[in-house]
Design a protein around this ligand. Structure first.
Ligand code: MGD
Ligand code: MGD
Ligand code: MO
Length: 669
């Protein structure tokens, strides 16, 4: 991202035209980063609560007063209940190593606070990849122009990852077909050659059905399987069970669709499968990703540029995370899964044993809106005896529950270094403007807090530039040639991998066996099916017919085009485009309920409810509804959002969230 600065004021942001992936353009949201940065609601001073909890009434205080109060309260809570009663909470506000995974972690480690298992986004799929190919490393998007078939599988590319699109268009120019597998006909599906409206949570069944067709037609690459995979005979037997008829029953897709997909995938030479995180937000999300990840090893597509599966490229960025986090600064402690925040705040033992959570320190996250089972989270945040600190740009839903709010700098105002999860370039984030008001970088805030709390280890003296150098200081071959100096030169540097990068062209899978593990000993040891398998959603006819009878619609609350999780919801121009909370229904589902276009409806289940304006279009699978998300509760008419209805249950692998494994009913309000 390039920033134009005039007289110390940022006036424009633009994509770097020289960057091979950014390619001169930014996404719809980040295009508005200047508007967001100078928004009249930007927090400019520390704040202390003056009204009742949740009222959002604050007074401005000095940094001295804020830091003194936090140090005093955390100190006395640690003394009375043990430091594990303090819980940090952070996630994707910034994913920079300096502002999200360094001084903050050092501080909480030295304090002896509970650790946070940061699972809310990607863990099911990440573990699914690890168990299969060995790491969350997949095909290179820069190979896509050489693909002859593209499957956008559970991903809304034009919204969530638009920088992949130009590569897809190049492949299309050369004759590649693009297929979108998604219960919703998203703006991405509209641009594809074909839309496969799968029943949510059944992708593993579809992948097994595709394998069935491949084996039945003899379209597999035997040589690749024999040399580079483990358990291909067992996989062949498993796939044999997944006839197109059985697959059709599980996925709700016609037999012909399954056969045709299997034949085309099997006949292609270098199919690119972009799975993303949307499809793993179901009970069997880990297995779903694992099963799909087996496909290019069955057909040998990993051999060729443009072939393979990409969930992420992130594991290629082998930054020196241990040196940044310094877990050695403190004692071993308990770990709390961030998805279970509702439980953690409303039980006497944090939900996992040990002391109650008495202090919550939030940064880079808006848990009052993004965490599942929002009613439980809110009950927790409302506790009079909970001391809550939030580091933020804006007074979010979470800030409303805080005792102290601290103003943080934005991307334009601080240093950082970034990994990526869709490409292979390290980015340096240089400050373009001075911090607004009294805002400080997260790193500086935790440095100051460490000093206030008497933490004298030299690790707390490192400044942001030292932290960037430490992040890059590793022996990892893929980071060779990536240094602070090379990054300063043009802002970004490609990892030390070829273009395009073919991670598994010659096997070399980083698994225990060195092969792609169709059969996984590790999964067997965990008591799970060692072979790819279909695990139905929790809230499905297969597992809970009674619940599905009461709540027959599956709610998907994936991102609105204009929002980045809850970031940007308060940016006026973007919220205007998003209009108001909406829910998309299939005409047949709307008719059955007497719901007409534009009607206000209640979306509800046993966990909670929210209001939305009905959109009625055939661009969604029957039985599925879509609420573009994630709204700030307080910017929605009823103070509610989709997470009112989502559950704290966990996925099969990685203890991830099941946001879209969520049955609801919709009725006129
Ligand atoms: N504009 C925008 N871009 C973003 C984000 C954002 O909030 N806004 N968030 C960023 C983040 S943090 C992430 S993790 C990524 C997420 O980006 P994606 O991985 O693309 O994930 P989602 O948007 O959650 O879901 C993508 C699609 O999966 C579909 N889907 C849901 N369930 C299933 C299923 O069971 N099977 C199949 N086949 N499809 C299913 C949904 O209908 C949706 O269209 O995007 C990043 N980019
Ligand atoms: N229902 C439903 N829920 C979901 C999802 C979904 O699809 N549906 N998606 C899930 C996913 S994939 C994810 S990743 C999570 C994301 O959940 P979060 O990580 O909480 O992401 P955001 O909602 O964007 O909130 C990030 C906050 O960090 C702040 N921030 C940004 N930069 C900085 C900084 O430098 N310093 C400080 N102190 N603050 C900063 C922003 O102002 C913003 O308020 O939500 C999850 N929740
Ligand atoms: Mo995410």
């Amino acid at each position: 991202m390039l920033v134009t600065v005039e007289n110390g004021i940022a006036t424009r942001v633009a994509g770097d035209p020289d960057h091979p992936v950014t390619n001169g353009f930014l996404c719809a949201k980040v295009n508005r980063y200047v508007e967001r940065t100078y928004h009249h609601d930007r927090l400019r001073t520390p704040l202390r609560r003056v009204g009742p909890k949740g009222s959002g009434q604050f007074e401005a205080i000095t940094w001295e007063a804020a830091l003194d109060e936090i140090a005093l309260r955390l100190g006395s809570i640690a003394k009375e209940f043990g430091a594990e009663s303090i819980l940090p909470y952070s996630y994707a506000g910034t994913m920079g190593m300096v502002q999200g995974s360094s001084m903050d972690l050092r501080f909480f480690h030295a304090l002896g606070a509970s650790k946070l298992d940061r699972t809310i986004c990607s863990m099911a799929g990440t573990v699914g990849m690890r168990m299969t190919v060995g790491a969350n490393v997949g095909a290179d998007g820069e190979g896509v122009p050489q693909s002859d078939l593209i499957l956008l599988w559970g991903t809304n590319t034009l919204t969530a990852n638009p920088h992949l699109w130009p590569f897809i268009l190049k492949a299309r120019e050369r004759g590649a077909k693009i297929i979108c597998i998604d219960p919703i006909r998203t703006r991405t599906a509209l641009q594809c050659d074909e839309w496969i409206p799968i029943r949510p949570g059944t992708d593993a069944a579809l992948a097994l059905g595709v394998m069935h067709v491949i084996f039945a037609r003899g379209l597999e690459d035997r040589d690749y399987m024999e040399r580079f995979t483990l358990g291909h005979e067992a996989l062949r037997e498993r796939a044999a069970e997944w006839t197109p008829e059985r697959t059709s029953e599980a996925t709700g897709l016609p037999v012909e669709t399954i056969v045709s997909l299997g034949e085309r995938y099997g006949a292609s030479r270098a199919a690119f499968i972009r799975v993303n995180y949307g499809l793993q937000r179901h009970a069997g999300g880990g297995m779903a990703v694992r099963t799909i990840a087996c496909l290019p090893a069955v057909t040998g597509h990993w051999r060729r540029a443009g072939g393979g599966v990409q969930l992420s490229t992130s594991a290629n960025f082998m930054f020196n995370k241990a040196a940044l986090a310094r877990v050695d600064l403190g004692p071993a402690t308990r770990t709390i899964n961030m998805i279970r925040l509702g439980d953690a705040l409303t039980t006497a033992d944090g939900g996992v044993g040990g002391p109650p959570v008495k202090a919550l320190v939030v940064y880079n996250s808006n848990p009052a809106a993004v965490a599942p089972d929002r009613n439980a989270v809110t009950r927790g945040l409302a506790r009079e005896d909970l001391f809550t600190v939030v580091l933020e740009h804006f007074q979010t839903d979470t800030c409303d529950w805080a005792d102290i709010v601290l103003p943080a700098t934005t991307q334009l105002e601080h240093w950082d270094v970034h990994f990526a999860y869709g490409h292979h370039y390290v980015s340096l984030n240089q400050p373009a403007i001075a911090p607004l008001g009294e805002a400080k970088p997260n790193s500086e805030i935790f440095r100051l807090l460490a000093a206030r709390m008497g933490m004298t280890d030299p690790a707390f003296q490192d400044d942001d530039l030292a932290l960037i150098r430490q992040a890059l200081d590793t022996g990892a071959p893929r980071l060779q040639g990536v240094s602070f100096e090379t990054l300063l030169e043009k802002g970004w540097t490609r990892l030390n991998v070829p273009t395009p990068y073919l991670p598994y062209a010659d096997g070399e899978f980083p698994t225990p066996s060195g092969k792609c593990e169709f059969y996984s000993v590790r999964l067997a040891e965990m008591g799970l099916d060692p072979l790819p398998t279909y695990i139905p959603p929790y809230e499905s006819v297969e597992r809970d017919a009674e619940l599905v009878a009461r709540y027959p619609l599956t709610l998907i609350s994936s991102p609105a085009h204009q929002f980045l999780n809850t970031t940007f919801v308060n940016v006026t121009s973007l919220r205007r485009q998003a209009k108001e909370p909406e829910v998309l229904l299939h005409p047949a589902d709307a008719e059955r309920r007497g719901i007409s276009v534009g009607a206000m409806v209640t979306v509800r289940n046993d966990r909670g409810a929210f209001l939305a304006r009905a959109r009625v279009e055939p661009s969604i699978r029957e039985g599925v509804v879509w609420a573009p998300s994630i709204w700030w509760g307080k910017l929605a008419g009823d103070g509610a959002n989709a997470n009112q209805t989502t559950s704290q249950r966990l996925t099969d692998l990685g203890n991830g969230p099941v946001f879209y494994d969520n049955q609801v009913e919709v009725e006129s309000a």
